[in-house]
Design a protein around this ligand. Sequence first.
Ligand SMILES: Cc1cc2nc3c(=O)[nH]c(=O)nc-3n(C[C@H](O)[C@H](O)[C@H](O)COP(=O)(O)OP(=O)(O)OC[C@H]3O[C@@H](n4cnc5c(N)ncnc54)[C@H](O)[C@@H]3O)c2cc1C
Ligand SMILES: NC(=O)c1ccc[n+]([C@@H]2O[C@H](COP(=O)([O-])OP(=O)(O)OC[C@H]3O[C@@H](n4cnc5c(N)ncnc54)[C@H](O)[C@@H]3O)[C@@H](O)[C@H]2O)c1
Length: 485
Amino acid sequence: MATDGVPGETTSHDEPAHYDYDLIVIGSGPGGQKAAIAAAKLGRKVAVVERRHMMGGVSVNTGTIPSKTLREAVMYLTGMAQREVYGASYRVKSDITMEDLFARTQHVIGRETEVIRAQLLRNHVDILGGTGSFADAHTIDVLDDDGVRRTRFSTRFVVIATGSRPHRPGTVQFDERSVLDSDGVLALEQVPNSLVVVGAGIIGIEYASMFAALGTRVTVIDKRPAMLEMCDPEVAESLKFHLRDLSVSFRFREEVEGVDSNDHGTVTRLASGKRIAADAVMYSAGRQGQTDSLNLEAAGLSADSRGRIAVDAQYRTAVPNVFAVGDVIGFPALAATSMDQGRLAAYHAFDEPARELASVQPIGIYTIPEISYCGRTEEELTTEAVPYEVGVARYRELARGQIVGDSYGMLKLLVHTETRQLLGVHIFGTSATDLVHIGQAIMACGGTIDYLVDTVLNYPTLSEAYKVAALDATNKIRQVARFSS
Ligand SMILES: Cc1cc2nc3c(=O)[nH]c(=O)nc-3n(C[C@H](O)[C@H](O)[C@H](O)COP(=O)(O)OP(=O)(O)OC[C@H]3O[C@@H](n4cnc5c(N)ncnc54)[C@H](O)[C@@H]3O)c2cc1C
Ligand SMILES: NC(=O)c1ccc[n+]([C@@H]2O[C@H](COP(=O)([O-])OP(=O)(O)OC[C@H]3O[C@@H](n4cnc5c(N)ncnc54)[C@H](O)[C@@H]3O)[C@@H](O)[C@H]2O)c1
């Protein structure tokens, strides 16, 4: 039974029957939710510890869901996606406020939170409101949200799914008004006229593209030589062209030294001596695992300098009954992967047979326009001396591309010239994050582009891009063969 915590109290953990729970999950983000439900489906007694205002985790409250809903609102209200059809001045609303944008975000967050709560409850998962910490590897203290009452629960297994928060450099004074991180953006009162984005990773570029679409003059600063370095360079270049067209400026190979702010606005100081004035600054310079409140030492665990916990291939930490999943274990730190890690951690804990995740995993970057890819890049294939051909389809040559008004989109297939196996898919443009799954499925099954050539696809669709690109690659491979004979 749950007891009020008594410092120094010891509990016998030899008999599983003595535990309050089979599994306590700390954190209700994608990783925690799926771990809890997977264990509940195995008939285990499960509880999730979460703070009152954070049901659904970073994903639902400050990360994936709000940012993607904001993007949808930006796309709709600015009329961005329809401008090729109705003209460059087309707008659904001319003076878009943060209130307009957040109305939709709050609605979606509210609904998502309720869905998650209902899913947990109907699977008989207890929700323990508050902050969880270890008393020992089998004992979790939950401090309620008012910071008053501490309740102690024993458990056979623990899954740590406490996620991450924005990394804040010590040299910068965040004022939650004009010097912000990606959480703070969601509390902006006005659409800024100008914005400095520090960090050209996924978060930085997603928000840069949203504010640029709203008419904000955006400057992106990064110490690296390019943005989104993990992407196909042609795709990244296409996005950069688009962003430049929306008046985004880029300062690469530049390090931010500090930010000054007053009632008029902000000045970002670069190590090179440059000064950039803007209404607001958003830091998106990486994330930090949320492990400081966990009292990991009591369980015999520790985190690295970025708050991350080391796990093995089964998501088991150095302490055998404690697992960790999601952002708190580091790369790839996506909602998409965290969910499956949670499910698998629960299966491994309870010795349920489980298959490893398929190795081909997609990346979706919700910039405007969006990017998605899976499999290998041209650079990787070149380095490994794998013979490959490129097949390209341009949306402007697809009937559906014309219909939706997307003349810039493209889909690129990387194909092994000898086996004709699909090795990589790189997409830029409308519905890229959905379309990528077709290529992912073919790759996961070891499929060749002949499948795409020989298959009838719906018309007119954007999926047709796969067939066009497959034919393009086939033509090139045939031409090399003909010219070589
Ligand atoms: C702006 C932004 C956009 C993103 N967009 C995408 C995207 O489009 N696609 C994608 O796949 N991923 C995206 N991500 C990443 C995604 O949100 C994370 O990978 C995902 O949320 C990680 O899930 P998690 O299970 O680790 O937990 P999180 O979602 O990080 O949640 C962890 C939870 O643990 C709770 N917690 C922490 N400590 C304790 C404690 N001691 N006691 C109790 N509870 C605690 C926190 O309150 C929090 O609710 C985005 C992230 C950000 C910031
Ligand atoms: N669509 C998606 O799937 C999605 C969306 C958003 C976030 N995420 C997840 O969130 C994670 C974190 O994203 P992020 O963009 O914050 O981090 P990141 O680590 O990917 O990028 C941070 C960037 O900031 C730069 N930087 C750091 N300090 C700097 C300084 N002082 N001056 C100039 N540049 C500096 C770094 O060089 C780096 O390029 C991602 O890796 C991803 O896993 C995913």
